[in-house]
Structure formats: structure tokens, C-alpha cells
Design a protein around this ligand. Structure first.
Ligand code: ZN
Length: 336
């Protein structure tokens, strides 16, 4: 069992939080993140905009070929038109580079370090456009390259970008399958309709088998006393800070003591060993080729490594927002 990390977010967590999480579903962040990773071998720390422009634009070109929407508003208009011309063979690389360097970076450089509407105090690069026509990579960025997972970071952005595009395509918020509080069911929300899938309680109970996710106390899924709550592992209150908290990846069945009793969980973040338990649960559905396996993979990552990273980043992100962790009082024998 590989371990999830507690305590302060690492460099890697920060990178993921900036690019992969929350409302950071912007094409320019994906494109810039990938370009930086691809250019990291550049000697010296200064990356001139004219060096950065083409790798950045080519990432967008590649994605515009298969997903022309690209979140409608999150690419500069001149840059988008340049990329489209390039894809049609009407523009040379040098011309695309020039358009991108001139028009393509606008707010992008500033917005890269904004998370949940706030600019963060640490930086992967410093904006030196005014003095040196470029950006200067920091030690924080260099640390990324030394990580054992450094080689996966670019693929991780690519995977996340594709998931977000699927969301745009279907008109859903990159989640694909959501929990419907009114009906207690799972559904796919398309732009103009909801498609009901199944009872969420029945689906989740396939793994939990009548036990609370947190305390292993008995729960019922058929009404009456002890009817389980469908609980958001990462609280619904963090829906603006985190991506897709209504996704099945984040839902568990909990007894009412755990969810909203005295010393209940409410909006707290479960302690770390419970994150392991959530990961095992999701992997169980995926390994077992459950009909929700594809949805879970789309929501959290295409490989076990990516899914673990996703949960790790979500945990770091949620902990930064809520600080305190919650631990259940046990009401039954460990069952999963
Ligand atoms: Zn419980």
C-alpha cells in the first residue's frame, strides 16, 4: 500500500492544485503547464516568451483539433484564431509563434498562480515580462523535475485536460455522473436534461454491504430506522474549492451518528486512513469492471497512480481549506 501524505502540501500537491483541481479547468493552464514541463531542460532559469510561445500554442492546436470548444472563453481570441489557421495549414510555425508571444499570454501568466480566486504567495515562475521579456523559473519548479513522478506530470495534465473536454462536450461539469440530492439517485446531467442512472444507495451499498463507511455500524438502505445518509467524503461545502464533489468517487454511505450526530463529521475532512479506505473502495469498483468503473476513471484518473495522485491532491486542497480532520467513533468490526 502506497501512502497518502498528511501535513503541508508538497511542491507536487501545489502543482496539482494549481493545474488539475477546483475550477482550474482552463485550457491555458493545461497548455502552459505542459509547455513548462516540456521546456524544463532549458539551461538557465529565464524562459523568454518567444521560446515559450510555440510549445504553448502547439498544445492548444492539438486539443482544438478534437475539442473545438475549449471552454469558450478561456483562450485569447487572436490566439485561438491563430491556432485554427495553423491547423488548417494556413499559418507557418513562425507566424503562430509571433501571434502567441504578442497576444497569447495576456492574463495567462498572472492567472496561472490563482487558485479559487486567490493568488498564491509561492511561485513556480516569476513574471519578468517587463524587464526580461519572459518568465523566470523558481526552485519550486526545479523541485518538480526531481520528483520520482516527474515523468508522469505531463501525462497527468493531458489526462485531466481530456476529462474536462469530455465534460464540455457533454455539457456537464467534467463530472459525468452526479448525485441528485432530491431523488437520492445518480444521473448524468446534459445541458438540457438529466438522465437518471440508479439509486445511489444501492450502488454504494454493493461495496459497503450494510455497514457505515466510517464506523462500520449497521445501516439500512431501504428506509425506516437507520436509513443511511449519502455522504460527501470531501464535504459538499467545498464544492467551489474542489472539482466535482458530487461525483460518485466522493460519495459514501454513512450512518446518521457519523454524518450529523454529536461529534459527527459535518463539513470536516476525514482523517488520512479513511482516504486510504476511499481509494480502496474506488479501486474495487474499477478492478471489478463495475458499470461505474469508466465514470470513476474519468472523474479521478486513467491509472491507479493518477487516481491516487488525484485523491492526494484533493486531500491537500481540502485540508488547506478546512484544516481540521475528523475521526469516527467505531460502532462495528472493520468490514472493508
Ligand atoms: Zn457511522
Amino acid at each position: 500500500m502506497t501512502h497518502f501524505l498528511d501535513t503541508l502540501p508538497t511542491t507536487e500537491n501545489r502543482w496539482r492544485a494549481l493545474i488539475l483541481l477546483g475550477r482550474n479547468t482552463a485550457s491555458y493552464k493545461f497548455a502552459l503547464g505542459k509547455a513548462l514541463l516540456d521546456l524544463k531542460a532549458t539551461p538557465g532559469d529565464l524562459l523568454r516568451l518567444d521560446e515559450l510561445a510555440l510549445p504553448f500554442a502547439l498544445n492548444l492546436c492539438e486539443h482544438l483539433k478534437t475539442a473545438p470548444k475549449q471552454g469558450a472563453t478561456n483562450i485569447n481570441k487572436a490566439l485561438r484564431e491563430g491556432c485554427e489557421s495553423f491547423n488548417r495549414g494556413e499559418l507557418e510555425p513562425d507566424a503562430l509563434r509571433e501571434i502567441t508571444a504578442r497576444h497569447g499570454f495576456g492574463d495567462v501568466i498572472d492567472a496561472f498562480h490563482v487558485l479559487s480566486g486567490r493568488s498564491l504567495e509561492w511561485r513556480f515562475f516569476i513574471d519578468e515580462r517587463k524587464t526580461a521579456k519572459g518568465i523566470r523559473l523558481t526552485d519550486e519548479f526545479r523541485k518538480l523535475g526531481e520528483l520520482p513522478t516527474a515523468g508522469d506530470l505531463s501525462a497527468e495534465i493531458e489526462a485531466r485536460w481530456r476529462v474536462v473536454e469530455t465534460g464540455w462536450e457533454l455539457g456537464v461539469n467534467s463530472g459525468l455522473v452526479e448525485f441528485e440530492a432530491e431523488t437520492g439517485g445518480l444521473s448524468i446531467r446534459s445541458s438540457d436534461r438529466r438522465i437518471a442512472l440508479s439509486s445511489c444507495r444501492h450502488t454504494l451499498n454493493g461495496y459497503q454491504k450494510g455497514r457505515c463507511f466510517y464506523c462500520f455500524g449497521p445501516i439500512s438502505i431501504n428506509g425506516g430506522d437507520g436509513l443511511a445518509d449519502v455522504d460527501h467524503f470531501f464535504p459538499w461545502a467545498l464544492r467551489r474549492e474542489m472539482s466535482n464533489v458530487d461525483g460518485i468517487w466522493n460519495l459514501v454511505l454513512a450512518c446518521t451518528h457519523c454524518n450529523r450526530g454529536v461529534a459527527g463529521k459535518f463539513d470536516l475532512i476525514p482523517s488520512l486512513h479513511l482516504l486510504h479506505r476511499l481509494h480502496r473502495r474506488n479501486e474495487f469498483y474499477i478492478d471489478g469492471k463495475h458499470r461505474l468503473a469508466a465514470t470513476l476513471a474519468a472523474q479521478t484518473g486513467a491509472s491507479e497512480t493518477l487516481r491516487r495522485s488525484f485523491l492526494q491532491a484533493a486531500y491537500a486542497n481540502a485540508t488547506m481549506a478546512r484544516i481540521h480532520h475528523w475521526e469516527p467513533a467505531m460502532r462495528g468490526e472493520a468490514a472493508f
